[in-house]
Design a protein around this ligand. Structure first.
Ligand code: MEV
Length: 314
């Protein structure tokens, strides 16, 4: 028997980095999907096929590489819970670029968890987030859970490390531009760099956290209403804070300058240092902005909110 599920990528609209130090962040799931198909097998086999690696080993105790560790965790955990004594064949087909700050590994864990639970029973979003986050933490110990929640629930979410996430009831259709610098970076390294900035600039960092919180209170209503002009203005303000803490670079600045010719404002999304920017460009200007980015050597896409989150497709 085969069960197939999809889960969306995410963008952080406001609050990356400051969220690590206690402010809230606003995220949304976007219509870039990863699909995972899981087939139950009779024999003691764990076979995984994905762009980041493949393996064929024993599900009972076979070794897998670190990158496939989260998928092996999901297969083993759910097999044990459901009393399944055979193996599993997992095929991952992702349309989310990895290492670009779009939550590809979280989305992969969320889709794999949804499909694997779906082999045996109905699954709730709570079950998906719980197991997907445990799986992700086998590789990224400090994963906050924000990305898995956005991918599992879909829509727009407000996340705080202390109070967890809250789904914001918005049905607004937001169309944003996401452009990839093509620079892969380690989130851990960029987060450590911000930690150093904070240690050397305690008062200023505190002030920036306060500014970010104020910005987020203004930004939430704009996101709920789908007010692209205001969102763009607030992206610009948020970007100035991100530049001050040192997570932008010449490439990202250049991309932001290009997109700002066509829209209302842009910012880094995710850790920075590389990865992607998001930009509030009106629909009628998106084609021109995408062409300008392509001419400069950057891949970009129009993305819309995915309101559904993880779901079974077969
Ligand atoms: C990375 O996508 C977002 C950061 O705020 C780190 C985190 O929240 O875990 C930079």
């Amino acid at each position: 028997m085969t069960s197939t599920a999809v889960a969306p990528a995410k963008v952080i609209l406001f609050g990356e980095h400051f969220v690590v130090h206690g402010t809230s962040a606003v995220l949304c799931a976007i219509d870039m999907l990863v699909q995972v198909a899981v087939t139950s097998l009779e024999d003691d086999i764990l076979q995984i096929e994905s762009k980041v690696g493949s393996c064929k080993t024993m599900i009972s105790n076979g070794k897998v590489t670190d990158t496939l560790g989260p998928l092996a965790y999901i297969a083993r955990k759910i097999s044990k819970k459901s009393g399944h004594s055979g193996g599993m064949h997992i095929i991952v087909n992702s349309h989310i670029p990895s290492g670009a700050g779009l939550g590809s590994s979280s989305a992969c864990c969320v889709a794999a968890t949804c499909a694997t639970i779906g082999l045996f029973s109905e699954c709730t979003k709570e079950d998906i987030v719980e197991i997907a986050l445990q799986a992700e933490r086998t590789m990224f110990v400090n994963a906050s859970g924000a990305d898995s929640a956005a991918s599992a629930y879909g829509g727009v979410l407000c996340f705080n490390i202390e109070s967890g996430f809250k789904k914001l009831r918005s049905s607004a259709n937001l169309s944003l531009l996401v452009a990839n610098s093509g620079i892969q970076r380690s989130t851990d390294n960029v987060v450590s760099g911000v930690g150093e900035f904070r240690a050397n600039n305690v008062d200023r960092f505190e002030k920036l956290c306060q500014n970010e919180s104020k910005l987020i209170s203004k930004a939430i209503p704009a996101v709920m209403e789908g007010d692209l002009e205001k969102i763009g203005e607030y992206f610009g303000e948020n970007q100035s804070y991100l530049e001050e803490i040192g997570v932008s670079n010449n490439t990202l600045d250049k991309m932001i300058k290009i997109t700002d010719e066509y829209g209302y404002g842009s910012k880094i999304t995710g850790a920075g240092g590389g990865g992607c920017i998001i930009s509030a460009v009106p629909i009628e200007k998106q084609k021109e902005a995408i062409e300008a980015l392509t001419d400069a050597g950057y891949v970009s896409h129009t993305v819309n909110i995915d309101h559904f989150g993880a779901r079974m497709i077969h």
